[in-house]
Design a protein around this ligand. Structure first.
Ligand code: T46
Length: 141
């Protein structure tokens, strides 16, 4: 599953704004890892994988990043262009990210520690797993 969420925004123009999210409150998992991607040249495509078990929240505190999500049945595009927007990307969703604006930063809160064996980096293998029903009971994260 995937879902676009809007963070609470506290503040005003004169002093700026603050947004936040909390494990098991507005994001439906416990956060075990935070990572971020930066100094990515405009036009770069990253991602190109799905996760077996990992659930994640993506947000772009500065810049413009296009995220294409694919559940094996269809694709959907999300533009992350505001610090108030977060994109929940659950297990079993193929994702590609495209850097559109210079110095854009992609931040990710993840439900588990880094584990390369959780990655599916071959698209045909991903489609095969979707077909076999590997994530069939995953209506939620
Ligand atoms: C994802 C998208 C949104 C680590 O050693 N530790 C980590 O926590 C992470 C995230 C990556 N790595 C290593 C693995 C690779 O050798 O860093 C290298 C670059 O990773 P990757 O090519 O997977 O980067 P992206 O930007 O394509 O994907 C990343 C995350 O890896 C991935 O889980 O969902 O961001």
């Amino acid at each position: 599953m995937y879902k676009l969420i809007t963070f609470k925004q506290i503040g005003r123009i004169e002093i700026g704004f603050l947004s936040f999210f909390e494990s098991n409150q507005n994001i439906p998992f416990e956060i075990k890892r935070i990572y971020y991607t930066y100094y990515v040249p405009v036009g770069t495509k990253r991602g190109g994988h799905a996760h077996r078990e990992l659930n994640q929240l993506l947000w772009c505190p500065y810049g413009k990043i296009n995220v294409i999500l694919d559940d094996g049945k269809g694709k959907k595009e999300f533009l992350l262009n505001s610090p108030e927007k977060g994109l929940l990307v659950g297990k079993g969703i193929w994702h590609d990210m495209y850097w559109i604006k210079e110095n854009s930063v992609l931040c990710v809160a993840a439900s588990d520690y880094y584990d390369e064996s959780d990655y599916i980096r071959d698209y045909n293998n991903f489609l095969k797993l979707v077909k076999e029903g590997y994530w069939k009971d995953e209506n939620k994260l």
